[in-house]
Write a protein that binds this ligand. Structure first.
Ligand SMILES: Nc1ncnc2c1ncn2[C@@H]1O[C@H](COP(=O)(O)OP(=O)(O)OP(=O)(O)O)[C@@H](O)[C@H]1O
Ligand SMILES: [Mg+2]
Length: 246
């Protein structure tokens, strides 16, 4: 079977220095894969390359065997890849529902659905993340975790095949992290969306990820089942000095 996503020898240099270097991996339909690694390891750059927000210096990215590497972000989105950034990208003066509608209109179904259908998909995805009661409020009244959930709802309203999440649990408390873990699990279980997820919250990674890819200095250090990878001495060493692994 063709993997949903195949990344081969993916490399990105910023001014001569490699942020991502020779990264190769595949993701099958319906997997939840976490990308972890110390600060500056290249995790966000990797997601941005896949989302079309950065152009690769070298290497290929294929979505169901179709090359998408180097395409601009809006084209990548239309092919079914949507990224949720660490800092919520919302429009503060619009309502919660209107923000989610933007995701439906400019996501993979771009140009195919009308406003009514966009509204329906937006309402559905708000309910999915538990924000339906806030639909008519302006976004500026939301707290950080509600804005994160809204950003996720906005992404889901576009019905992506592959969802890229960049540290969406950073800054959340224990209860909010648990709620986020449940939502991501339901995204895969109920919507069938494949998830590639950069995360620093190791308890969440161990609970949710089926496979973990460890990046260090832009390259894949190792990959495998979370409990095995997190006990790997090379991984512990890469994290030395960082408290998150504890
Ligand atoms: N636009 C850019 N211009 C120049 N250097 C960059 C740019 N984006 C990232 N880098 C560099 O590339 C390296 C990898 O950065 P990246 O943001 O991908 O790391 P990260 O693993 O996401 O780190 P963190 O855990 O802190 O979010 C870093 O050394 C960073 O300074
Ligand atoms: Mg990052």
């Amino acid at each position: 079977m063709i993997p949903l996503l195949e990344v081969d020898d993916l490399t990105k240099h910023f001014g001569g220095l490699p942020a991502v270097h020779g990264v190769t991996f595949g993701i099958d339909d319906g997997e939840i894969v976490a990308v972890v690694g110390p600060n500056g390891a290249g995790k966000s750059t990797l997601l941005k390359l896949i989302a079309g927000l950065e152009r690769p210096t070298r290497g290929s990215i294929r979505l169901r065997d179709e090359p998408v590497g180097g395409l601009p972000a809006h084209q990548v989105r239309r092919k079914g890849i949507t990224m949720v950034m660490q800092t919520p990208r919302t429009f503060p003066s619009l309502t919660v529902l209107e923000n989610a509608m933007l995701g439906a209109m400019f996501g993979p179904a771009h140009g195919v659905i009308d406003e009514r259908e966009a509204r329906r998909r937006a309402a559905e995805s708000l309910a999915f993340v538990g924000l339906e009661a806030l639909a008519d409020l302006p976004v500026e009244t939301l707290n950080l975790h509600q804005q994160r959930f809204l950003d996720l709802a906005k992404a889901l309203a576009g019905r992506p095949q592959l969802l890229l999440l960049d540290e969406v649990m950073a800054g959340l408390n224990e209860t909010e992290i648990r709620a986020s873990v449940e939502i991501v699990r339901r995204v895969r279980d109920k919507l069938g969306t494949t998830v590639l997820w950069v995360e620093h919250v190791m308890s969440a990674v161990i609970e949710l990820a089926e496979r973990v890819i460890v990046l260090d200095f832009g390259s894949v250090l190792t990959e495998g089942a979370p409990d095995v990878v997190m006990r790997d001495s090379r991984v512990i060493e890469a994290y030395l000095g960082e408290a998150q692994i504890a």
